[in-house]
Design a protein around this ligand. Structure first.
Ligand SMILES: Nc1nc2c(ncn2[C@@H]2O[C@H](COP(=O)(O)OP(=O)(O)O)[C@@H](O)[C@H]2O)c(=O)[nH]1
Ligand SMILES: [Mg+2]
Length: 420
């Protein structure tokens, strides 16, 4: 419970108020019916020293549904209370200045985190990694604006109106470059949050579906000696080396007769174009490295399959062109492939610094801020430049929530679960 009535409600149900921050055992009693509900630990936090910044009280009850329902009924009888909305505790924490919007978003991500990389990224954000940078940018924009405004005042005195100084210009240009390069981080952040994508391509019967099944440790795709079995895209979500990865199995590439298979092949190529990595599979006994791979901008690893039924000569030949030689039947080469994938994801996604953009919201604010900085740089008149800088600072401020952002709040807190 959070808010001014928290203490009164706690007292009505648990009796004597415990000292702040000290877990205390109490009998919970329905104040209306006088009936015992549970034996529970209760906790109490002072306004200004709680998660929401308000007076907070907690019941740690035995979790049976009947217990919780009886407690809710008792709370209802106390009056003046209502169930929290999604993310309302965090929202109140934001409104009372305990955290900024990016930190609130970090909490939502931490609650939803499934992989190590997601957890690490969310924890950093919850701790202010993004807030600190945006506040720093905003301060520097405001400082540059102050510099220009001082020049405006000064030039009035001297009776000269001229262009604004090179010093302020240099600052603004530096800021624009920094913020622009941070915008490129959205893809990396997306990959950490949503997962990277690895697409399996190759000729029919190369063993693509067998590989996705082996990696997913379950039968997601139908495996069959009949060519052209897989015709649509099949996805499996995996955790490889702490990163979330969507693995995509595709229709084998060949000059297909049926229109359904042709569509499958078109989709396979399109999906590969947007992937982070392509695994090109081919049977060790007839290994080919088609030209179409060389034209791709996405990195491609050549993987030779069915090592168990290839002979010495075949294997010597594929060793020249393959990054990995595997067999899904014996498991040969599978560990090496997995650890290579883990290292690849780590090097592409981890980076030296965590991304400074976690969401599209951050990116569009940054884009608007950079556009305003560019306009300031293009402006001759210092008054105009100062106005564009004011806009830029405002846009950066919307990310942390320093600038009034009523309309953003619903978007940010909607994705929370109830009770956070
Ligand atoms: N011996 C052997 N056969 C395999 C291996 N991988 C796949 N196959 C067989 O090759 C055929 C085609 O496999 P599949 O995974 O459906 O290939 P796709 O068309 O590329 O999806 C099936 O009969 C599989 O059992 C392997 O590592 N060793
Ligand atoms: Mg298949």
């Amino acid at each position: 419970m959070s808010g001014p009535r928290a203490d009164a409600a706690l007292e009505a149900i648990a009796g004597k108020l415990p000292p702040y921050r000290q877990a205390s055992l109490r009998s919970l009693v329905d104040p209306e019916r006088g009936e015992a509900i549970d034996e529970a630990l209760v906790l109490r936090f002072a306004p200004g020293a709680s998660a929401t910044g308000e007076s907070v009280a907690e019941f740690h009850v035995h979790g049976g549904r009947a217990v919780v329902e009886a407690l809710f009924a008792a709370l209802d009888a106390v009056g003046g209370l209502r169930p929290a909305e999604r993310g309302e505790f965090t929202r109140r924490a934001f409104l009372s200045g305990r955290l900024d919007l990016t930190e609130a978003e970090g909490i939502a991500d931490l609650v939803a985190a499934e992989t190590e990389a997601q957890r690490r990224f969310a924890l950093g954000q919850m701790g202010g990694s993004i807030r600190v940078q945006y506040e720093f940018w905003r301060e520097r924009i405001i400082r540059a604006r102050g510099l220009i405004e001082a020049e405006i005042d000064f030039s009035d005195e001297e009776g000269v109106t001229g262009a604004w100084s090179d010093r302020a210009r240099l600052d603004v240009r530096g800021l624009a470059v920094e913020m622009q390069s941070a915008m490129a981080d959205l893809r990396r952040a997306d990959r950490i949050r949503e997962g990277a994508e690895v697409v399996i391509l190759g000729a029919v019967n190369a063993g693509k579906s067998s590989l996705i099944n082996a990696l997913a440790r379950r039968d997601v795709a139908i495996v069959s000696p009949e060519a052209g079995t897989t015709r649509d895209l099949i996805e499996a979500v995996l955790d490889i080396g702490g990163y979330r990865v969507t693995l995509v199995d595709t229709a084998g590439l060949r000059d297909a007769e049926g229109s359904v298979e042709r569509e499958g092949i078109r989709r396979a190529r399109a999906r590969a174009d947007g992937a982070d990595l392509v695994l090109w599979l081919s049977d060790s006994r007839e290994s080919v490295y088609p030209d179409e791979l060389l034209e791709r901008r996405v990195p491609v690893w050549h993987v030779a399959t069915k090592a168990d039924i290839a002979d010495e000569g075949d294997l010597q030949c594929v060793e020249q062109i393959s990054r990995h030689i595997i067999s899904t039947v014996t498991g040969e080469g599978m560990d090496a492939l997995l650890s290579d994938l883990g290292a690849f994801l780590d090097s592409t996604l981890r980076g030296r610094e965590p991304p400074l953009i976690a969401r599209a919201r951050h990116r569009s604010a940054l884009a608007e801020a950079v556009a305003a900085l560019d306009k300031a740089l293009a402006a001759e008149a210092p008054e105009l430049a100062a106005e564009h800088l004011r806009i830029a600072a405002d846009r950066v401020g919307t990310v942390t929530g320093r600038v009034s952002v009523e309309d953003v709040l619903d978007v940010v807190f909607r994705e929370f679960c109830i009770g956070k």
